[in-house]
Design a protein around this ligand. Structure first.
Ligand SMILES: *[C@@H]1O[C@H](CO)[C@@H](O)[C@H](O)[C@H]1NC(C)=O
Ligand SMILES: *[C@@H]1O[C@H](CO)[C@@H](O)[C@H](O)[C@H]1NC(C)=O
Ligand SMILES: *[C@@H]1O[C@H](CO)[C@@H](O)[C@H](O)[C@H]1NC(C)=O
Ligand SMILES: *[C@@H]1O[C@H](CO)[C@@H](O)[C@H](O)[C@H]1NC(C)=O
Ligand SMILES: *[C@@H]1O[C@H](CO)[C@@H](O)[C@H](O)[C@H]1NC(C)=O
Ligand SMILES: *[C@@H]1O[C@H](CO)[C@@H](O)[C@H](O)[C@H]1NC(C)=O
Ligand SMILES: *[C@@H]1O[C@H](CO)[C@@H](O)[C@H](O)[C@H]1NC(C)=O
Ligand SMILES: *[C@@H]1O[C@H](CO)[C@@H](O)[C@H](O)[C@H]1NC(C)=O
Ligand SMILES: CC(=O)N[C@H]1CO[C@H](CO)[C@@H](O)[C@@H]1O
Length: 675
């Protein structure tokens, strides 16, 4: 609620955590059962972490694995988390930021460090942060820009807590948030107080001396600037009383004492009475000379005056718009600002009026609009300052002091069990471990990497496709491959004259000369072709293709057993073999013979390829005679191949019974012809 800065700058020379006094040591001993003399102080980044032992560790029966060690919160400021917010409950601008109390890394290091000190293994679970119940952020240096609340925050051993600075003005908070993010060490005068729920508060009678009240910086400023009296806005009144209250507390309480909120507001109100601050609601033009305003340009009467003057320079429509802008309170924020800027910028003489007022940039004009909306209104035909509730202080009284009385007051306060200066991430080893933050970073990293990968791939693809041509044929060389976009050297298949060929393309060679190395033919067949057929029965017809009746294998179906004709499906080289058994009878005295011919028919031209022949003159030697015929042929697609008996003597026949075999297969295909 109201501020408090508990201070003793001189005491704050070291970044060591300090246990504050003997009575607190008692609290530690009694309530937490901690041995108050620290066991050790572990270096951690640019500061140290104090480590204490649990009293039970000293018991005779204590097992090393049950011993407990506690360490002081690290109080590490996460300066990057500082943001300016508006607390909508208190209607107050504030700077919010996080302070880290502990993390797994510290815990782990404490365990390791204690292990070394005590000479036996100490596990993570034997170590924890001191179990305080409450915490409060204080400052050892008073500030007129911000204040801190005097309410304790419950602390349930969270890894980190949010704290805030409260500002009298929003723009001050904006500035402070930036400062904290960019130069956190300036806030080195912050301290954390830790306490226990069971602690009883103490009381102390103090005297508020009028001399102390008047010696405050803001009162002194007012005494210099104004003569008999001064009027303050509610905000400035609060600033003055807060500032004074803080000074009084710094003067009367010990460094580690925390005043209760109620006592603090009692002091605040007492100071208000002592200064005989009275509230007035006045509308009187002379009064403005007595009003304290941080920046004179924003004094309501001066803003009204400028608005009035510029209003007269606008045309009727713009005038209507401008007056509406000040009546329509619903038009807030950026929309109102934008409308205002537009109205000003359309008329040059209006703009120069604002320049005279000290508003040169659009930023100034937007500020002017924001401030003027709070303090100026349209009364129907002109702009007038709003009726303000102001506080009046009689400065004459302050000067001669006599009528003013010192006042005694009883304050209630509690003493922190531990006071710790806040620490900063000044060392590479010390990092803030905010899981959410890390996760966000990780996601951002992954997204960035994906983006980069995508960008890389896109540019690579573009680089390739920009070089890529369409050649509208099957590539026949490395040069063709390069033209259609291949860039990685290796073995490739290209179309040769008849067959597919394998080539090695060395694309690292700058030009097309000599970058193709011929490797060999590639045996590619559009379909397999193998057959093996037999005759089971004898055959004695001449001048007709020999049919077959047993199909052992006929892959591709090129062999027609019924007709005895093999038809080449594709152009290429084929192998055929024919072996058989002819029966030459012994009843005739004349020569017995058997003549078989392999025919090829291409484009209806029938020609024989080769012949097989058996004969026998001697009757005694007649009987079965074998013959055979092998050939390799180049066939065009649709060429026919068959065997036929072209001549034989009477009674001769081709034997069946699986003694007659016809085989064939495609050796290689002229694949270029097949496409
Ligand atoms: C006045 O306001 C109306 C409606 O918002 C807008 O269309 C018009 O341009 C404004 N005129 C001037 C002169 O700003
Ligand atoms: C002000 O409010 C009136 C009625 O709500 C509306 O017609 C008018 O456009 C508003 N003017 C501006 C400048 O927003
Ligand atoms: C201020 O206080 C003095 C007494 O110290 C009194 O004479 C004077 O009238 C007061 N002035 C105003 C403006 O109230
Ligand atoms: C994100 O990337 C930065 C550098 O590119 C690196 O330092 C940081 O460790 C990364 N964060 C995570 C969570 O991966
Ligand atoms: C990734 O790229 C998109 C669009 O290309 C962009 O909007 C986004 O901000 C990028 N994200 C990161 C993390 O770079
Ligand atoms: C993208 O390309 C650049 C330059 O070649 C390289 O340094 C970077 O690692 C690449 N990024 C990814 C995600 O592949
Ligand atoms: C490919 O060409 C480059 C440049 O002429 C040469 O240095 C390299 O040895 C060649 N690679 C092979 C495998 O022939
Ligand atoms: C095989 O030849 C016979 C006789 O010429 C014919 O009737 C039959 O259709 C042919 N079979 C095939 C599969 O071509
Ligand atoms: C309140 C205020 O400043 N009113 C002024 C508006 O402008 C006219 C003329 O410019 C003055 O006469 C009023 O006093």
């Amino acid at each position: 609620m109201y501020p408090l800065f508990v201070a003793r700058l001189a005491l704050f020379a070291t970044h060591l955590l300090t246990l504050v006094c003997s009575s607190d040591s008692d609290t530690l001993r009694e309530k937490l059962r901690i041995i108050p003399n620290e066991l050790c102080s572990m270096p951690y980044g640019s500061f140290r972490v104090n480590i204490y032992e649990h009293a039970n560790n000293k018991l005779e029966a204590a097992n090393p694995n049950d011993k407990k060690y506690v360490y002081a919160p690290i109080a590490l400021l996460d300066h990057k988390s500082a943001v300016r917010c508006i607390d909508n409950v208190r209607k107050q601008a504030e700077v919010r930021f996080r302070i880290e109390m502990w993390n797994e890394k510290v815990e782990n290091e404490v365990a390791k460090y204690v292990s070394k000190i005590v000479g036996h293994q100490v596990n993570d679970h034997q170590v924890q942060v001191i179990p305080f119940d409450k915490v409060i952020l204080t400052s050892t240096m008073p500030s007129t820009a911000f204040y801190l609340t005097t309410h304790w925050l419950p602390y349930q051993l969270q890894k980190s807590l949010q704290f805030s600075l409260l500002c009298f003005e929003r723009k001050v908070c904006d500035q402070l948030a930036v400062e904290m993010r960019s130069n956190p060490e300036q806030f080195g005068y912050f301290k954390l107080f830790f306490g226990l729920a069971s602690q009883v508060s103490q009381t102390k009678d103090i005297t508020i001396r009028i001399a102390n009240v008047i010696s405050g910086q803001m009162v002194q400023n007012l005494l210099q600037q104004f003569d008999e009296q001064v009027f303050l806005t509610a905000n400035d009144e609060k600033r003055l009383l807060t500032d004074t209250t803080t000074n009084i507390l710094i003067d009367t309480l010990e460094d580690s004492d925390m005043v209760s909120s109620i006592s603090e507001s009692e002091i605040y109100n007492t100071v208000k009475e002592m200064l005989s601050v009275t509230t007035v609601k006045e509308k009187n033009n002379q009064m403005w000379e007595w009003v304290f305003w941080n920046d004179d340009n924003y004094r309501p009467d001066k803003m009204s005056y400028t608005l009035n003057k510029t209003f007269k320079k606008l045309d009727a429509e713009a005038q209507r718009n401008m007056s509406e802008l000040y009546q329509n309170f619903s038009v807030v924020g950026s929309e109102g600002e934008a409308n205002f800027l537009e109205l000003i910028s359309t008329t040059a003489s209006v703009k120069s009026e604002f320049t005279r007022h000290g508003c040169t940039s659009n930023e100034d004009l937007a500020n002017f609009y924001r401030e003027s909306k709070d303090y100026v209104e349209w009364d129907g035909d002109k702009f007038v300052p709003k009726l303000l509730t102001l506080s009046k202080i009689n400065l004459t009284q302050c000067r001669d002091k006599n009528p003013l009385q010192d006042r005694g007051i009883r304050v209630r306060y509690s003493t922190a069990v531990l006071s710790a200066p806040i620490n900063f991430v000044q060392h590479a080893d010390v990092t803030i471990t905010d899981e959410w933050h890390n996760l966000r970073l990780l996601v951002a990293n992954v997204t960035r990497e994906l983006n980069e990968t995508r960008a890389n791939l896109t540019s690579e693809l573009q680089a390739r496709t920009s070089r890529m041509e369409t050649i509208d044929k099957i590539p026949t060389s490395c040069a063709d491959l390069r033209r259609i976009g291949h860039i990685k050297s290796g073995l490739f298949l290209v179309m040769g004259n008849e067959m597919v060929e394998t080539v090695y393309c060395n694309f690292t060679k700058p030009d097309d000369s000599g970058f193709q190395k011929w490797i060999g033919y590639t045996d590619v067949k559009s379909a397999p072709c193998y057959f093996y057929v037999q005759r089971n029965y004898g055959f004695d017809q001449t001048e007709t293709p020999i049919p077959f009746d047993r199909e052992v294998l006929n892959v591709g179906g090129a062999m027609n057993l019924t007709s005895g004709i093999f038809t080449a499906a594709r152009t290429g080289k084929y192998f055929f073999s024919f072996t058989g058994l002819a029966f030459l009878p012994g009843h005739s005295s004349s020569r017995a013979y058997f003549n078989v011919v392999l025919y090829k028919e291409s484009d209806l031209i029938k020609d024989y390829v080769g012949r097989g022949y058996s004969d026998e003159n001697n009757i005694e030697d007649r009987g079965y005679e074998t013959f055979s015929l092998q050939s390799i042929l180049h066939l065009q697609a649709r060429d026919n191949i068959w065997l036929q008996i072209n001549g034989m003597s009477h009674g001769v026949y081709l034997s069946g019974g699986a003694y007659t075999h016809f085989n064939g297969w495609k050796l290689e295909e002229e694949i270029s012809q097949s496409l």
